[in-house]
Design a protein around this ligand. Structure first.
Ligand SMILES: C[S@@+](CC[C@H](N)C(=O)[O-])C[C@H]1O[C@@H](n2cnc3c(N)ncnc32)[C@H](O)[C@@H]1O
Length: 407
């Protein structure tokens, strides 16, 4: 369904609600089964009747986002404002909740509901979730209820959510997903019945999109089965935390020169590797897993200050899930927690990707790196004594690894 059709459809529903009608956008049978609309909530007491009546969601995202006093929240596709008003209660008067919707009629309805509720800490913005009208790093939590499946550019929506979240910020959304790829005829039938499944992602596609955008600790939990492999789901993910003024995001080709310069600066210290010269970008990317490469950037200058990347240790199936990583921080930026933030994000992303062992070698003299790795759960497996001659000196290498608990 094109964006304009989606907006027209929900504008008509908003006008009906403004006229006092009961509003439903799935089949009456689905509504009566209780999977959609206000049935997903257990805390609507005291909300304006019109806000509850026009609830068009497929769950209760506020419940999963674990909001705290003073936080700033953004609701993507806020409709009549039910989740904005519930969030506003949770974050209190020191917090703030934005609702964003592409339908001007929905915005009018939501503002009217907010006035009736006496909510002073809310603001409704007219705009698209694919181009969020808020600045970078301005919200703590992004919530959304049954909207992302309607987006014609889900990659942009997820990227925009990542952009506006502060490092460490959370995504807690309810959406419609499919547990496997539906054939087109079944998809159309399901769309007609659910009303909300126009272009839903499979669970695997959702997880891949979140990871490719830079989110970690992603989970997709199915909460209601609507038949034909269509489910409501709660999706949770985190933007990697890092020290103030920095951001961790996936490495891009445009980062090449800075990544390689940091690599070379690390090699020049003589404590990072037996290598003495950083490879070309082609040499760097060959063999390194594209989905497990991250950079830390200075949010003011955009400059890369550190990176982490990994390679599979072997192509043999038995070693699937075992990777060897490298983490480098610009020598001028060390002791600011950048390595810890990069490694923490990398460990989380690796687990999301099914990696069960992360390993590497460290010179025993590189005590800061060893301490960092040990603090994040790596253990020394053994020492390879005098394994290589480096700048004329035979050196030992400590082999370290981190296993996923239970592996
Ligand atoms: C299924 S309703 C859900 C409304 C609300 N979240 C709730 O739970 O009641 C979808 C809402 O998302 C809005 N919407 C759909 N696509 C959008 C987009 N690309 N950008 C902004 N809003 C959008 C619609 O106007 C509508 O209000």
């Amino acid at each position: 369904m094109a964006h304009e059709e989606v907006v027209d459809r929900y504008s008509a529903l908003a006008r009906a609600a403004l006229d006092g009608e009961k509003v439903v956008d799935c089949s009456p049978q689905e509504f009566d089964r209780g999977g959609f609309g206000p049935a997903g909530y257990d805390e609507t007491a005291g909300l304006p009747d019109a806000a509850v009546r026009v609830s068009l969601g497929c769950g209760d995202p506020v419940a999963v986002a674990e909001l705290h006093t003073g936080e700033t929240v953004l609701d993507l596709g806020s409709g009549g404002g039910i989740d904005v008003l519930l969030s506003a209660r949770r974050v209190g008067s020191y917090g703030k909740v934005y609702g964003l919707d592409a339908s001007a009629d929905m915005i009018e309805l939501a503002r009217s509901n907010a006035r009736e509720a006496g909510a002073a800490n809310v603001e409704f913005l007219h705009g698209a979730i694919e181009a969020i009208p808020l600045s970078d790093h301005s919200v703590d939590v992004v919530i959304s209820n049954c909207v992302i499946n309607l987006s014609s550019d889900k990659a942009a929506t997820v990227a925009e959510s990542f952009r506006v979240l502060r490092p460490g910020g959370r995504l807690g959304i309810s959406d419609v997903v499919t547990s496997q790829i539906l054939d087109p005829a079944r998809r159309v039938a399901a769309e007609r019945r659910i009303g909300c499944v126009a272009g839903s992602l499979t669970v695997a596609e959702y997880r891949d999109l979140l990871a490719a955008t830079g989110f970690v600790n992603a989970t997709v939990t199915l909460t209601a089965d609507h038949g034909d492999h269509v489910h409501s789901a709660i999706i949770h993910a985190v933007k990697p935390a890092c020290p103030p003024g920095l951001e961790i995001r996936p490495m891009r080709e445009a980062d090449a020169a800075q990544v390689l310069a940091i690599y070379q600066a690390g090699l020049d210290t003589g404590q990072a590797s037996f290598e003495t010269a950083a490879p070309s970008w082609d040499g760097f990317t060959t063999g390194r897993l594209p989905h497990l490469r991250y950079v830390a950037t200075d949010t003011h200058t955009g400059e890369v200050v550190g990176w982490v990347a990994a390679s599979p240790v072997s192509s043999r199936p038995v070693y699937a899930g075992v990777v060897e990583h490298s983490v480098y921080v610009h020598p001028g930026c060390q002791a600011h927690g950048i390595g810890r933030a990069l490694l923490t994000a990398f460990v989380a992303a690796s687990q999301d990707a099914g990696v069960w062992t992360i390993q590497t070698g460290i010179f025993p003299e590189n005590t800061p790196s060893l301490a960092l790795h040990q603090a994040l759960g790596f253990r020394i497996v053994g020492t390879r004594e005098r394994v290589g001659c480096h700048h004329g000196t035979w050196r030992d290498v400590l082999l370290i690894e981190r296993r996923v608990t239970g592996a």
